[in-house]
Design a protein around this ligand. Structure first.
Ligand code: UD1
Length: 421
C-alpha cells in the first residue's frame, strides 16, 4: 500500500489547476443509461472512483472510452444487456446506487446490490428507494439486493425528502426524466453537482425546472437523446487547495475556481484571516497574518459549509489562535481524522457530533493513517505546516478523490512524495 511523505517546508507559492468534480462525474456517468444515444463528458477527473463507475457501467453492457488521458469520457448505453449491478463492484463505491434510477426508468426493472456500510457512518439508501416508490416503483429487498420493477413504466409523483440527500435527489431526478407525467421533488438537494446533472439532462432533452432550488419539477418525456457536457469544477478539491497557503503562508492561485461554488467556506476563511480574491483565471488565496484565528463551523447541505471540507478545516484550526468548535451535522462518526491530528500534537476533544479544537502553536510531523478520502488530505495539509516529517499511510483513499495531489502541491514548492509499497 502506498504512503505519502510530507515535510514542512515553509510558504507555498504558485498555481494549481482544479479538476472536474468527482461527485458530479459520478452522477453524470450513470445518466448515460437513460438514452441509447452517446453521452460525452469533458473535463472529467482522473480518479479511481471514476474507474470503478466505468467498470460498473461496462458490466451492464455500456461502452465507456477514456480519451485524452482520461479527461474525456465517451459513453454509450445503446446495447445494455444486463440490469443487475453486482455486489462486487457496488461494495467498492456507494455512488454505484446511482444506476438504480436510470436503469429502472429506461428498462422498467433493475437489480442493484445494497452498498455496504461506510467508514463515515451508516449511510442508508432508504430515501433513494422511497423517492422511486413515489413514482410507482415496486421494490423488494432480497439477498442484499434491491429488486426494482415498474412494469408499466414509472409515473410522475410528488416526493418530499424528510432530510436533504444529494444522492437520493440525483437518483430521483434521473428516474423522473422518463416517468409519465409530472414529478415534483420537494426539499431537494441544491448542490452544484445537482445543477450540473440537471443541465446535462436538459441537453439530453429532459424537461426540468427549479434545479438549484429546493423544489425541482420534472415533466417526463418518452426518450432522451445524446449530449456533450463539461463536468463542473470540483468545489471540494478547490476548497482543499485553497487551504494550502492558509496552512503554510504564501499565495496560491486556483485555476478554474469560482466563489459561487464555495461561498459559505469563503466566509469562514475570511473570519479566520485568509484573503480570497477573484482573478481572471480563478481565485487567489493568501493568509493575512502569521497565524489563523479560531472560527466555529457547522456543516450543512449546500449552500452551507460542506461536510467534505470539515476535516481539512479542522486540520487548519489545530494551529489557530483560540478555540474553535466544529459541529458535524451531515454524517455521524466523521471525526476519525481527530485522533490522527492529535498524534501530530493537536489539542482536540470530540463529544458526539461536536469537536472542540484548542489551537496550539505548531503541529509536529508523525506517522498517521488515512481513514477516509477527506481525512487523508487533511493529514497531508497538516503535514505541510508541521515541524519535521509526516508519513500518511493508506493513501488509496486519497486516490479516489484527488488526482496528482503530489504533483499539484510540489509545483507550489511543497516537499511531498509518494512512497510505493
Ligand atoms: C454525497 C457526496 C459526498 C458528500 C455528501 C453530503 C457523492 C458521490 N457523494 O454523498 O461526498 O459528503 O453528498 O454532501 O456525491 N441519508 C439517509 N438515507 C438515504 C440517503 C442519505 O438517511 O437514503 C442520510 C445520510 O446518511 C446522511 C445524509 O442523509 O446523513 C446526507 O447524505 P447524502 O446527501 O445522501 O450523501 P451522499 O449522496 O451519499
Amino acid at each position: 500500500m502506498d504512503s505519502i511523505l510530507v515535510k514542512g517546508n515553509g510558504p507555498l507559492n504558485g498555481t494549481i489547476p482544479i479538476a472536474g468534480a468527482k461527485n458530479a462525474c459520478l452522477t453524470l456517468m450513470p445518466a448515460t443509461l437513460l438514452s441509447e444515444e452517446p453521452l460525452t463528458l469533458t473535463n472529467a477527473p482522473r480518479l479511481s472512483d471514476i474507474k470503478t463507475m466505468t467498470a460498473l457501467l461496462q458490466s451492464l453492457g455500456a461502452e465507456v472510452s477514456s480519451l485524452q488521458g482520461g479527461q474525456v469520457l465517451a459513453l454509450s448505453s445503446h446495447d445494455i444487456y444486463n440490469q443487475k449491478a453486482d455486489y462486487d463492484i457496488v461494495r467498492k463505491m456507494r455512488a454505484s446506487i446511482l444506476v438504480l434510477g436510470p436503469l429502472l426508468a429506461r428498462f422498467g426493472h433493475a437489480v442493484v446490490s445494497l452498498p455496504g456500510g461506510c467508514a463515515i457512518g451508516a449511510r442508508p439508501v432508504d430515501l433513494h428507494l422511497r423517492a422511486l416508490e413515489a413514482m410507482g416503483a415496486e421494490l423488494e429487498l432480497k439477498d442484499g439486493y434491491v429488486h426494482a420493477s415498474a412494469p408499466g413504466g414509472l409515473k410522475g409523483g410528488t416526493f418530499e425528502f424528510p432530510i436533504v440527500s444529494v444522492g437520493a435527489t440525483e437518483n430521483a431526478l434521473m428516474a423522473a426524466t422518463l416517468a409519465k407525467g409530472t414529478t415534483v421533488l420537494k426539499n431537494a438537494a441544491r448542490e452544484p453537482e445537482i445543477v450540473d446533472l440537471a443541465h446535462c439532462l436538459q441537453k439530453m432533452g429532459a424537461q426540468i425546472e427549479g434545479e438549484g432550488t429546493s423544489t425541482i419539477t420534472i415533466q417526463g418525456v418518452d426518450r432522451l437523446s445524446g449530449a456533450t457536457h463539461p463536468v463542473v469544477t470540483d468545489r471540494i478539491e478547490l476548497g482543499t487547495y485553497m487551504l494550502a497557503p492558509a496552512f503554510t503562508g504564501g499565495e496560491v492561485e486556483l485555476l478554474g475556481g469560482r466563489i459561487d461554488l464555495v461561498g459559505a467556506f469563503c466566509e469562514k476563511l475570511d473570519a479566520a484571516g485568509i484573503e480570497v480574491t477573484e482573478t481572471k483565471k480563478g481565485l487567489k488565496v493568501a493568509r493575512r497574518g502569521d497565524r489563523v484565528k479560531a472560527v466555529d463551523v457547522v456543516t450543512e447541505p449546500f449552500p452551507g459549509f460542506p461536510t467534505d471540507l470539515q476535516a481539512q478545516m479542522m486540520a487548519l484550526l489545530c494551529t489557530a489562535e483560540g478555540t474553535s468548535v466544529l459541529e458535524e451535522k451531515i454524517f455521524e462518526n466523521r471525526f476519525m481524522h481527530a485522533p490522527e491530528l492529535i498524534r501530530m500534537g493537536a489539542n482536540i476533544e470530540v463529544h458526539g457530533g461536536t469537536a472542540t479544537v484548542h489551537g496550539v502553536e505548531h503541529l509536529r510531523g508523525a506517522p498517521v493513517m488515512a481513514t477516509d478520502l477527506r481525512a487523508s488530505v487533511s493529514l497531508i495539509l497538516a503535514g505541510l505546516a508541521a515541524e519535521g516529517e509526516t508519513i500518511v499511510s493508506r493513501v488509496y483513499h486519497l486516490d479516489r478523490g484527488y488526482e496528482r495531489v503530489e504533483e499539484k502541491l510540489r509545483a507550489c514548492g511543497a516537499q511531498i512524495e509518494r512512497i510505493e509499497g
